[in-house]
Design a protein around this ligand. Structure first.
Ligand code: CP
Ligand code: NVA
Length: 320
């Protein structure tokens, strides 16, 4: 069996016991290491089948999920551990139990807590009080596990990350924020094209820009989708109305009309560009069926990579 400890821990790369709330907390070197580990685990699945034997992951889902829930649960099983699906509807936190008490009590049972909820502050609060690692599985601000799978997919299909160009077209949302931070950290140029009023959070943009200064990545915001996708290696989009914003759907359909990723737009990208979408997708809205179901789309590879990227994250945070 492969020595997981040796693979994952080195003197300047210590992951054990840390939270995974945003990639802003991880160095470029650490992100590269996690990607390297994800590839290793993907290629040698059997070698890690007992790596987290006896360990449990508590998964709190306040919002719907297909990929995140299944990939974390299956990921824990494949590592020899166990995952529990916890719905706030059935938990005392859903009846007003303080986050502090939930965090402390859960920490006595499970080895890590994964949470999907709208409020990023709630996740920070949970992490503050929990004595075990807390993993962000999507807040209104960030989706770091998705961004790790996105990087892994680009790396596999393009062979490198540094110096590559990615365009994100659509809503300046959680997925855009994490992709922005991820790109900045790995030295990938990223242009985000959003309608006016839907730009990324200014504070997060500033933090990403600081990270980009260290790696040489060029991070740009625009309202021009055509300029954004010209000559890029990767085109990425996400839904126009994220969970919690459904009541704005009608209004957004009009405002995002010019930001659809369709054949006309993708013609401006490099001929061998790849199309990414975190899913779930709305065909005919943010992307046409021709593009998402076309031969440049790698969205199912990307979905699969959630599993491998998260196994690397779980191993890094839980192996000592
Ligand atoms: N991309 C993603 O997080 O998908 P789910 O909402 O299905 O988990
Ligand atoms: N931006 C989307 C991502 C879903 C995985 C949402 O928050 O609903």
């Amino acid at each position: 069996m492969l020595n997981v400890k040796a693979t994952i821990e080195t003197k300047d790369q210590t992951f054990y016991g840390r939270d995974f709330l945003t990639l802003l907390d991880y160095t470029p070197k650490e992100i590269s290491k996690l990607l390297e580990n994800a590839l290793e685990i993907k290629n040698n699945k059997a070698a890690y089948s007992e790596a987290l034997k006896g360990q449990s992951l508590g998964m709190i889902f306040e919002n719907a999920s297909t990929r995140t829930r299944v990939s974390f649960e299956v990921g824990m099983t494949q590592l020899g551990g166990h995952a529990l699906f916890l719905s706030p509807k059935d938990m005392q936190i859903g009846r007003g139990e303080p986050v502090k008490d939930t965090a402390n009590a859960l920490s006595r049972y499970v080895d890590a807590i994964m949470i999907r909820t709208n409020s990023h502050e709630l996740v920070e609060d949970l992490a503050l009080h929990a004595s075990v690692p807390v993993i962000n599985a999507l807040t209104d601000n960030y989706h770091p596990c998705q961004a790790m799978a996105d990087l892994l997919t680009i790396l596999e299909h393009k062979g490198s990350l540094k110096g590559r160009k990615i365009a994100y077209v659509g809503d300046g949302n959680n997925v855009a924020h994490s992709l922005l931070v991820a790109s900045a950290k790995v030295g990938m140029d990223m242009t985000i094209a959003t309608p006016e009023g839907y730009e990324v959070n200014a504070e997060i943009f500033e933090k990403a820009q600081k990270a980009a200064e260290e790696t040489g990545a060029k991070i740009v915001q625009t309202h021009d989708p055509k300029a954004a996708v010209t000559d890029v290696d990767v085109i990425y989009t996400d839904v126009w109305a994220s969970m919690g914003f459904e009541q704005e759907q009608e209004q957004r359909l009009k405002q995002f009309f010019d930001y659809q990723v369709n054949d006309e737009l993708t013609l401006l990208a490099k001929e061998d560009f790849i199309f990414l979408h975190c899913l779930p997708a709305h065909r005919g809205e943010e992307v046409t069926a021709e593009v998402i179901d076309g031969n440049r789309s790698v969205v199912y590879d990307q979905a699969e990579n959630r599993l491998h990227a998260q196994k690397a994250i779980l191993l890094a945070l839980l192996s000592n």
